[in-house]
Write a protein that binds this ligand. Structure first.
Ligand SMILES: [Zn+2]
Ligand SMILES: [Zn+2]
Length: 361
């Protein structure tokens, strides 16, 4: 966020005059441009981007399927190194950050004081701003990860990345992995349960790994892609099938595909006391048919989850560190390319896996 406050006397590090960023100017227009780096206000931090992975939602923005402020710098799955800060900047756990630490930060930047923040729904803050979603003239121009630098405003939820955790694992933590942590929390204890997961993209694969790690009795992954079904078995799925009808009865249904038809079928798989958590439906896709009698008689729970809370970013990093050698996470991210290739990566045919990545330096 730009600030007119003078540089705090305790400011540390060097703030370059300008940065190169990939500016999205509407439709598929993405150009590399120089932007000034503002003087840091109190509590603000400047991060040099080490790696940014390309989330599918940015592809939807560029293709017009999703609306967001423009022109802007996209990118919200990012890991970077703290190179300058003004005054005290703290991580989510309250520890003070030091220059040179590798960081990830939340997609959502909440106000921390509205009624929704007070109720623990900070991702739904009434004044929420989002990394990689803010217009250049919004007062927070350097919000996105497709750039050499990002400016983190005072109060941004930030987490420190373990030295051992590769950039390729850390960058997606702030979108896919943390969202899956929030979904898993909603689903409750997964141990000993039969878990069915619709969709085996990055979120669905991560959910399979979480379920396996939690001691699920069975983890069934559903995806139409052969390639993804093979990957799912490497991420903890005990069975990988290509249609919902093959999945069998389940205790917990986790939906990441956004397909209403798949969800409709999936809900019918729930056993007595079953829980469905929906996370994939982030665009209009018609209405579900729900039989209220079956919801009542089967003691069914249906919940939704969008984005996540700061604690989920912390648990995402912990989970990735703990399972770094258990699951082949590196297979989910392609070798990083220079920022000049970003327009192609955002507009080219959607790859199923791995996720594309850029290194601006
Ligand atoms: Zn994302
Ligand atoms: Zn708020």
């Amino acid at each position: 966020m730009t600030s007119t406050e003078p540089l705090d006397i305790s400011a540390e590090g060097t703030v370059p005059d300008e940065t190169t960023a990939a500016i999205w100017r509407g439709d598929a227009s993405i150009t590399l441009e120089k932007l000034p780096i503002p003087i840091l206000g109190a509590g603000e931090a400047l991060v040099r981007i080490d790696l940014a992975t390309v989330c599918g939602s940015d592809r939807h923005t560029v293709s017009g399927r999703r609306q967001q402020p423009c022109p802007s710098i996209l990118g919200h799955e990012t890991v970077g190194t703290l190179i300058a800060k003004s005054g005290r900047v703290v991580a989510i756990d309250g520890t003070e950050l030091r220059l040179g630490q590798r960081l990830v930060w939340s997609v959502t930047f909440p106000c921390g004081s509205c009624d929704r923040c007070a109720r623990g729904f900070t991702a739904k803050c009434r004044q929420v701003r989002k990394a990689g979603h803010e217009a250049l003239d919004s007062g927070w121009a350097l919000s996105g990860g497709y750039a050499e630098h990002v400016l983190l405003p005072s109060g941004m939820p930030i987490a420190v990345v373990d030295d051992d955790l590769p950039d390729e694992l850390a960058a997606p933590a702030a979108c896919g992995t943390a969202t899956v942590m929030a979904v898993a929390e909603r689903a409750g204890d997964l141990s000993g349960k039969r878990i069915t997961i619709i969709g085996a993209g990055m979120l669905g694969l991560t959910a399979a790994a979480v379920a396996a790690d939690a001691g699920a009795a069975a983890v069934v992954s559903i995806d139409v892609s052969d390639e993804r079904r093979v990957l799912a078995t490497q991420f903890g799925a005990t069975r990988s099938v290509d249609s919902v009808s093959e999945a069998g009865t389940t205790d917990v249904l986790l939906e990441f595909s956004g397909s209403r038809a798949a969800l409709q079928q999936g809900l019918a798989l729930l056993d007595i006391g079953g829980t469905a958590v929906l996370a994939g439906s982030v665009a209009p896709d018609g209405l579900l048919q729900i039989d209220p009698e079956s919801i009542v008689r089967n003691d069914t729970t249906v919940q939704g989850q969008h984005n996540y809370e700061p604690r989920h970013l912390v648990s995402a990093l912990e989970f990735l560190a703990r399972t770094a050698r258990v699951f082949p996470w590196m297979q989910l991210v392609a070798p990083a390319k220079p920022m000049s290739e970003l327009p192609r990566l955002l507009t080219g045919a959607p790859g199923l896996a791995p996720r594309e990545a850029i290194r601006p330096w």
